[in-house]
Structure formats: C-alpha cells, structure tokens
Design a protein around this ligand. Sequence first.
Ligand code: ADP
Ligand code: MG
Length: 329
Amino acid sequence: MSSEFSIIDQFFKPLSAGMKQQGEIGIGDDGAVISCPSESQLVVVTDTLIEGVHFPEQTDAYDIAWKALAVNLSDLAAMGATPAFYTLALTLPEKYHDDPWLMAFADGLKAIGERFSIPLVGGDTTKGPVLTLTVTAQGWVPVGEAILRAGAGVGDDIYVSGLIGDGGLGLKAVEQMLEETGQDYRQCIEKLNRPMPRIELGKALLSLASAAIDISDGLLADLKHILEASAVSADVDFSQVPFSSAMMRYQRRSRDYLMPLVAGDDYELCFTASKARRAEIEALAETIGVRLSRIGEIKELEGQASRVCLMNLPENLADLEGRQGYQHF
Ligand code: ADP
Ligand code: MG
C-alpha cells in the first residue's frame, strides 16, 4: 500500500520529464512554473471521467489513463491548439492503491503524454469511494486564431475525420450487447479505450476550417453545437458518413442505422470549411493520412432553431420512420 506522497514521487513525478524550457518546474513544488511562448494564447480544457459512468468498471488501468488525457487532447485538437501541459486530479479508492495498478496507469499516461509531447506538471491525489479523474490540459494557439464553434457560414462544406460510431459500437461490444463477435469489433474496442486525438489535423485546420468541434456526444449532437453557435442549419448526406465494416454489419442486423450518429466516444473532429478550400482539404487528408469525408453543407437558418436535415437515409429506415427519406433533428 503506497502513501499519497510515494505514489506521487514514484509514479507521477517521472511524467514531468517532458518539460524542456529552462527554469520550468513540474511536479514537486506548490505549483508548476511554465514559460509562455510569445504571440500565443493559452487554450484551457478540462474533462472528468468517473468509473462506471464514463468507462466500464473492468477497464484496464492503462486504458483509463490513456482515455483521461485523450479526451482532453481531443478538445485541444478541436480548437487547433498545440498541446502544452496538463494536470491530473485523481480520486483513488483503496483497491487501486496497489503498485501493479498504479504502474499500468502511469504507463498509459506516459505513452499518450510522449505521443503528443505533453508533460504532466501537477495535480492532486485523494482517497475516495469512486475512481475519478479530472484532467486539465492546456495548449497554445497563435493569437486570435483558435478555431471556434461559431464560424460556420452558409454554403460551407461539413467534414468529419475517421470513421463514425465505432467507439459506441466498442462500448456495446464490451458490455456484451452484441450477438456476434468479429475481429473487426476489436478495432471498435480499441477506439473506445484508446481514442487517438486528432491533434495534427486540428493544427492543420487553423488556416482552413471555419468552425470545428470534437465528437464526444455523437455526431448529430455535436454538429448541432456548431450550428447553434453559428446560427445556421445543415443538410447531412447520410450516404457520405463513413462507417467501418463492423458498423455496417451492425446496422444491417439491428436496422439501427442511426446508432453511429447518436453514439458518443468517437473523438473525431467535425468541421466546416468554405467550398473554395476543397482541394486543400483533400491534399491535407493525404499528407496526414487521416480520412476526411465531406458529409454535408451548411444551410441558412429557417426560423429560430438550428436543424440537421438527414438526406439519403437507407430506404428501409425511411419506411421504418414513416417519412420520406429524411429526418429533422
Ligand atoms: P499541496 O499540499 O501543496 O497541494 P500536494 O501534496 O497535493 O501539494 O502535491 C505535491 C506535488 O505533487 C505538487 O507539485 C502537485 O502538483 C503534485 N501532485 C499531486 N498529485 C498529483 C497527481 N495526481 N498528478 C500529478 N501531480 C500531482
Ligand atoms: Mg494538494
């Protein structure tokens, strides 16, 4: 059983190692000391994960750590920020005060911290009934250039990165709610447990996107946030939304075609850009090796409320819903 101080020294202090500037101070004093680049603004994001609420109880310590930082990095990505540093407030139940668990947890933090060059500079460690992790991450953007939700203009294209819905399908798989198991569900579980924040894409979008958000609560809900912030509506072409083979199989079997659009845990980016930027965006997808799909268009607001109009739904869904091939959300 480790004391709070030995936990910090043994497991967390080494994760401050990525601090590069002279005179910076990470874990060990009352506060961290950070050098700020000139001509930059700080972007600050925070997200809490609670065991049994945001991840299932049987999740590996490594994956819990990865995800706690990844979901924050995903917010930084959506702003176009370059990761700088993070803090971790950790509430640990007694059962996790053992070295193997803490070691795996620290390994997960180390892996994602090194992957995205972001050191842990401080935090707080308490005992409590439920494993709870609050990460606060900070990143830099050039002054005035952060990508906001509010910039989408009528006529802009709407894009998503990666594949949509696999995190949600991974959750169904770990909760054993799927009839069949297939090799490709592994990828969905991987996506659920170790989302890969789209940092490189976000940075590249600084000069390209008119608005962006990361998809954590489901594509439709998160796109809606862009629409509301920008006072616009959208047409989304369902047939252009990118799905994995596992997802398409799930859709055919369950006839729940909309599941990927409302499932959370994607941690992909949804962004808008002027049509004039299409060639650049295609080229960007090639350069960074991330699939970018153009799924719709920003429309003028009709009335007060922003709406998503889904076009080209599968016919059986249109029948199912008693509608004529589209739905409003
Ligand atoms: P204080 O009593 O001054 O708040 P603490 O004993 O809580 O100090 O923390 C000592 C040092 O360890 C501080 O630098 C703090 O930022 C760091 N620290 C504590 N918990 C964590 C954690 N979970 N992750 C990273 N750093 C931590
Ligand atoms: Mg403290």
